[in-house]
Structure formats: C-alpha cells, structure tokens
Design a protein around this ligand. Structure first.
Ligand SMILES: Cc1cc2nc3c(=O)[nH]c(=O)nc-3n(C[C@H](O)[C@H](O)[C@H](O)COP(=O)(O)O)c2cc1C
Length: 327
C-alpha cells in the first residue's frame, strides 16, 4: 500500500490519517489496538472504565496488544455527579499515553497539565468558534464533528461539507474531519476540503474487533442514511442515534405539546441501558449511538481490511480527480 502522509500522520506517528474517535462502552483495548495495529490511531474511552484505576489497567492491556501509538478519550459533559476527571487525566499522563482526545468543557488547567507532560491533545468540537477557542488555549489538533455525526452534534446543524473548509479557513493547527466518513471517498473528500485526516466512530462499530454484540453490528449494516434520530433536542442536549423503538419513543414524547421533562424519559436514555444492549444484542431495548454514515456501511470487515481499502479508494479518487486537470 502506498503511503498517505499528512501533518496528522507525522504528528501522531501513524501510517494513515485515520483516527477512531472515543466511544462510550465500545472504545476498549480490543478495538483501539486493532485500529492502531492497522496503521490508524485507536482511542480508548476513559469513562467506559468504572474508575481511574480500571483505566490504568485498560491502558496496560492495550499496550500489551499493540506496540503502536494509541490515545485515550476524556469526555467532560455537565453532570449531576461528575466523574473524577482529574484523576482520570493523571492516569492518562502517568500511563505515558501519547494522545489525549478531549470533548466537552475542558478546564484550561487540564490542557496545561497534559501539555506539560508532553501529551498531544486532540480537541473534538462541533463549531468553528469552539475550535478557534481551543486552538488559542493550546491544543495541538482540532477534530471537527459535522452534523452527520453519531453522538453529540451540537445545536448549529452545520454539515461537514461546509464545516470542514470553514474550520480549515480559520485554524493553523492540524484539522481532523469527523462525522459521516465511512469509506475512501469520504477520506479523499475530507483531505480536499482542507482536513489533514479523518475521525470515524460509527464505521468502527461495525468491524470484527469492536467489542459489541454481532446484532448491533448487523443493525448498522441494515440501517440506511435515513435511519437516525436526533434525541434530546428539546432539552438542549442533542444526540444522534439509530432509529429503534427506544429512540422513536423518546422523540415522540419530546414532540408532545409542552414537551417532556427529563425525568420522564431518563429510564429510556440511561447510559447503563445502552451499555446493556451492546452486550445483549437486543437492538430495540436501548439507545444505539450511530450516525448517518450507517447508510454507507454494508459489511463487517477487520480494522486492517477497512483501513487498507479506505486508503486505496482515497488514493484512487484523488488520482482520478487530478486526472481531470490534464484533460
Ligand atoms: C457508540 C458511540 C459512542 C460514542 N461515544 C462518545 C464519547 O463517549 N465521547 C466522544 O467524544 N464521542 C463519542 N462518540 C462520537 C465519536 O467519537 C465520533 O466523534 C463520531 O462517531 C463521528 O461521527 P461518525 O459516527 O459519523 O463517524 C460516540 C460515537 C458512537 C458511535
């Protein structure tokens, strides 16, 4: 395979400019190490581990499965009982993890602490405004999530086709395009739009190594690009997940006159319920986070197969586009 080198591959020490974003309950050592071994950057998800000590064990487990660089995601969302974020951060630093992916509201002191320890920080956000603020605060890379993405797309609803070049116009640090990318065409497009690499979540859920039930992977193969729901919009916490009985029910209740208070749908959206179905495979019994890119997912390859064909297809597309210049 010919190389595909960008600022991201040099900075992160990886072969291909492809990152696996943090994913609650999915971002464990099996997946992160498989992505890193395939030449991308795999990322563990800190809060999937019940406490900082368990994260230290997971980092050691991942290191036992790959000699390549990998990262850890630390997502900081407002919470009634916030996790001990700083202790998780200390474990990441002490575990000599090369890359930290942050999302949500990251205190300036945490950025300074990680940087002082030599950790490369990728900050993921959904607006150019937030990306510029993070650059000013000293993060090394921005990962910008377009409206197509799984998880939390924010509230401004700007798709990648505009968001990626808009971010590239304003930033000087490397940029990773995230949301809606699932094949080599998406990778090529992102690079042409001004990104230095791509981040994928949903596509990596439907790989052989993703540590989730086969029914969930098959669900991603079966769904189309029209099969996602935006939940919790009325509560200012928009999340994109796959259509099923539970997400349909949440949307239905939110659209009743007067809306719905969170306490009446909390049992439907509970993280523990989502975790359970990833293990049980009962695809109608909890939320399954997933983006519009499910419409481009037609099989369940290994991470190695996925990255090889993505890079090959991206190179073919870029060559095809360059050939148009010669006509
Ligand atoms: C199952 C799942 C869980 C996710 N959990 C998190 C999370 O805990 N923290 C985070 O920053 N992003 C999370 N994401 C978002 C991904 O890291 C990534 O930004 C997003 O999936 C990109 O869009 P795509 O799915 O279209 O590739 C999650 C995505 C999925 C599919």
């Amino acid at each position: 395979m010919r190389a595909l080198k960008t600022r991201i591959t040099s900075l992160l020490g990886i072969d291909y400019p492809i990152v696996q974003g943090g994913m609650m309950w999915v971002g464990r050592a099996e997946l992160a190490s498989a992505v890193s071994n395939a030449g991308g950057l795999g990322i563990l998800t800190a809060l999937t581990q019940p406490d900082p000590g368990a994260l230290a064990t997971e980092i050691a487990r991942c290191r036992g499965m790959t000699t390549k660089p990998f990262g850890v995601n630390l997502t900081m969302l407002p919470s009634v009982n916030p996790p001990p974020y700083e202790r998780y951060l200390d474990v990441i630093i002490n575990g000599q993890v090369r890359v930290l992916e942050t999302a949500g509201n990251v205190p300036e002191a945490y950025i300074a602490k990680a940087k002082a320890a030599g950790v490369i920080i990728i900050h993921k956000c959904t607006t150019v405004r937030h990306a510029m603020a993070a650059e000013r605060r000293g993060v090394d890379v921005i990962s910008i999530d377009g409206f197509e993405c799984a998880g939390h797309p924010g509230s401004e609803d700007v798709g990648g086709l505009v968001l990626i070049p808009a971010a590239a116009n304003k930033l000087t640090i490397p940029l990773i395009a995230s949301g809606g990318i699932g094949d080599g065409r998406g990778l090529a497009a992102a690079l042409v739009l001004g990104a230095d690499g791509v981040n994928m979540g949903t596509r990596f859920c439907a790989t052989r190594e993703a540590p989730i039930h086969e029914n969930i992977k098959q669900m991603m193969v079966d769904k189309t690009e029209s099969d996602t729901n935006l939940i919790l919009r009325t509560l200012n916490n928009t999340g994109r997940c796959l259509k099923n009985a539970i997400s349909d029910e949440v949307v239905f209740r939110e659209h009743q006159p007067g809306g719905v208070p969170f306490k009446d749908i909390a049992h439907l959206v509970a993280g523990a319920r989502g975790r359970k179905i990833l293990e049980s495979g009962d695809i109608e019994d909890g939320l399954v986070w997933g983006g519009q890119v499910v419409g481009l997912i037609h099989d369940i390859p290994t991470c190695h197969e996925l990255l090889q064909r993505m890079v090959k297809q991206a190179q073919e597309r870029l060559a095809l586009a360059s050939a148009w210049l010669l006509q």
